[in-house]
Design a protein around this ligand. Structure first.
Ligand SMILES: Nc1nc2c(ncn2[C@@H]2O[C@H](COP(=O)(O)OP(=O)(O)OP(=O)(O)O)[C@@H](O)[C@H]2O)c(=O)[nH]1
Length: 612
């Protein structure tokens, strides 16, 4: 292609993302688009094709963004090159959304015709507006009997403040409105206009590690071109490589002769050192480097920290390697080595939320074949000490002694909750129980309310979302952002097994709930920790003061003893189950502690939280 041809080609490129609140139908819409553009043959089509991680299929959610190229023959007779970037909707993964958006000129905003605008609809739209993207609203699921597209259209205008008069009315499920949307993308999303002759500047928005090809960088080229044989430089790390391959995913990788300004695709360059590549970095030419890097991404600060330990201590090195590889593909993951008296050598890892933590743990176990023990997650506390210094505490067991502490501060968030009018009462009650401070409330229309609270992050991050859903029949939606640190009356509670403090079980609680939580947890542990052939005292303590104690009586139960049928199959199965359960245990001193025990501190019994 000569320069004129490239300029011409650029006019027919459209880069867009699909954003939505969770479950409003992004992935289904993406499937229909792939089908209609014949990107995937019908026989190869499976639901949620872009959700290619097993975990995503099983859970029916999108975790990782995915970029595909597709060809669309428009009504004007031209064939357009679309780059579609799918994004996740869960609040834990909003950083993935902002990364996709930085690679695009337009965003398709999917809103459920029955549910209307939800908390993450708003959060995602704001991200898109920050990036000056053209927003194309799509009102999806119009096939549902409860759909009310006109109400939702009005809501999009009133609540978000964007013009929705042309919003596409669609049913991704039934394939309605897809063609109309593709035409809008052609006409409304601007073509990219990067300088084709300038030095290369490409934004790395994702990367994965492939055993054969090394690191595969997903990039959006903003200026210049890149082709195999070119010497490139990663501007942040300064390291240089020779490009071995460039291409696009459609959705399988297809090699190209080059990628040019405006295009989204991948670059491989036999990059083996994964620490060299960072999502958000700029790729430039080694011989003729750009003067300035592209704006990277906002670094995501983890919200919660938890310990990750291999059940088999010999696997510590494998766990480190797995975490490094995973981090390539998950920029928000942070980790550093940690030792626990109870659990041995492991890592303290930072996550964006509980779902993120779950996903990381499952990916480590599945993709890297590791068996892990995770400790209960904790937020980062600030302990102001009597000597005038401040200590950041990511691990409750590292909270200094009471005598050294002047006060403790904890992170607060501003929580935005959207709910139908009928549930305002239960929502406010829930927020108050979780130590929330009411900020404001606004009626969005005749049906729905937007409520804002200031709340401790520790109260919101664990099971608040589930509780919110169950107290509003699933109708409320939530978004939150970190606000500031505030002083709280907090105490550290230690758990002692057989007289020994188990550092991995320590947790921080508001003083009002301390005794009750201590009791709950001790009771729970009593049910979880298997009996042994000696009695095990379990205690909860604040400092040197024991606040609760109980005993696990001696005697180990044989689960197969009760099986009279002598069915060998069933007996074998149970023994197998027992064996596998045991693998997930850690011997702490002389006591076997199963994985569940480390999570027990998370499950608080709401209703009895002292009514506060
Ligand atoms: N009735 C109806 N259901 C739909 C339509 N579009 C999607 N759904 C259903 O809504 C659910 C959620 O759809 P997804 O496409 O997975 O939603 P998503 O927004 O991609 O969700 P995440 O990937 O988890 O963020 C699925 O059960 C779909 O089958 C539609 O047009 N009509």
């Amino acid at each position: 292609m000569d320069l004129e041809q490239m300029k011409e080609h650029q006019q027919y490129i459209r880069n867009f993302s699909i954003v939505a609140h969770i479950d409003h139908g992004k992935s289904t819409l993406a499937d229909r688009i792939l089908e209609l553009t014949d990107t995937v043959a019908k026989r190869d089509m499976q639901d949620q094709l872009l959700d290619n991680m097993d975990l995503e299929r099983e859970r029916g959610i999108t975790i990782k963004l995915n970029a595909v190229e597709l060809q669309y023959k428009a009504e004007d007779g031209h064939t357009y090159e679309f780059h579609l970037i799918d994004t996740p909707g869960h609040v834990d993964f909003s950083y993935e959304v902002s990364r996709s958006l930085a690679a695009c000129e337009g965003a398709v905003l999917v809103v459920d015709a029955a549910q209307g605008v939800e908390a993450q609809t708003l959060a995602n739209v704001y991200l898109a507006l920050d990036d000056d993207l053209e927003i194309l609203p799509v009102i999806n699921k119009i096939d549902l009997p409860s759909a009310d597209p006109e109400r939702v259209r009005k809501e999009v205008e009133d609540v978000i403040g964007i013009d929705a008069s042309d919003a596409v009315l669609a049913s991704a499920k039934q394939g309605i409105g897809i063609q109309e949307l593709l035409e809008q993308i052609v006409h409304k999303v601007p073509a990219p206009d990067g300088d084709l002759t300038a030095p290369l500047r490409a934004l790395v928005f994702d990367s994965i590690y492939d055993d054969y090809r090394g690191v595969v960088l997903s990039v959006r080229v903003f200026e210049g071109t890149v082709k195999p044989g070119d010497k490139i430089k990663l501007m942040n790390s300064g390291s240089e490589y020779e490009v071995t391959e460039v291409g696009v995913n459609s959705p399988d990788p297809i090699k190209r002769d080059m990628l040019m300004a405006g295009e989204v695709g991948y670059i491989t360059a036999s990059i083996k050192d994964i620490t060299d590549t960072r999502v958000g970095d700029t790729v430039t030419g080694a011989a003729d480097p750009a003067k300035e890097a592209l704006p990277g991404y906002r670094e995501m600060a983890p919200m919660v920290y938890a310990g990750l330990y291999p059940t088999d201590n010999a696997k510590y090195g494998d766990l480190r390697e797995a975490l490094e590889k995973l981090k390539l593909n998950d920029a928000a993951l942070e980790f550093e080595p940690e030792t626990s008296q109870a659990l041995g050598f492991g890592f303290r890892a930072g996550f964006l939320g509980m779902l993120h933590m779950d996903v990381v743990q499952e990916r480590l176990e599945r993709e890297f074949n590791l068996d892990l023990i995770t400790t209960a997650p904790s937020v980062t506390y600030h302990a102001n000490l009597t000597d005038g210094t401040q200590k950041e505490v990511e691990n409750p067991s590292e909270m200094p002694e009471v005598s050294e502490i002047r006060n403790i501060e904890e992170p607060y968030v501003k929580a935005t909750i959207m709910t139908p009018n009928d549930y305002v009462g239960p929502v406010m009650e829930l927020c108050q129980r979780r130590r929330g401070q009411f900020i404001t409330m606004e009626y969005l229309d005749d049906y729905r309310v937007n409520v804002e609270y200031e709340m401790p992050l520790s109260e919101i991050i664990f099971d608040f979302f589930d509780k919110l859903k169950s107290s509003t029949k699933g109708y409320a939606s939530l978004d939150y952002e970190l606000d500031d640190y505030q002083q709280s009356d907090l105490v550290k509670i230690d758990i002692l097994l057989n007289g020994d403090k188990v550092d991995a079980l320590s947790f921080i609680s508001h003083r009002t709930f301390a005794e009750k939580r201590g009791r709950d947890i001790v009771t729970k542990l009593k049910g979880i920790i298997p009996r042994q052939n000696f009695e095990i005292p379990i205690q909860a303590a604040i400092g040197a003061k024991i606040i609760v104690r109980t005993n696990i009586r001696a005697y180990r139960k044989d689960v197969t003893a009760k099986i009279h049928t002598g069915d060998p199959d069933r007996r074998a199965k149970l023994l197998d189950k027992q064996r596998r359960g045991k693998e997930r245990m850690k011997s702490v001193g002389t006591v076997d502690v199963p994985q569940e025990a480390f999570m027990a501190v998370l499950q608080t019994d709401e209703e009895d939280n002292g009514g506060k």
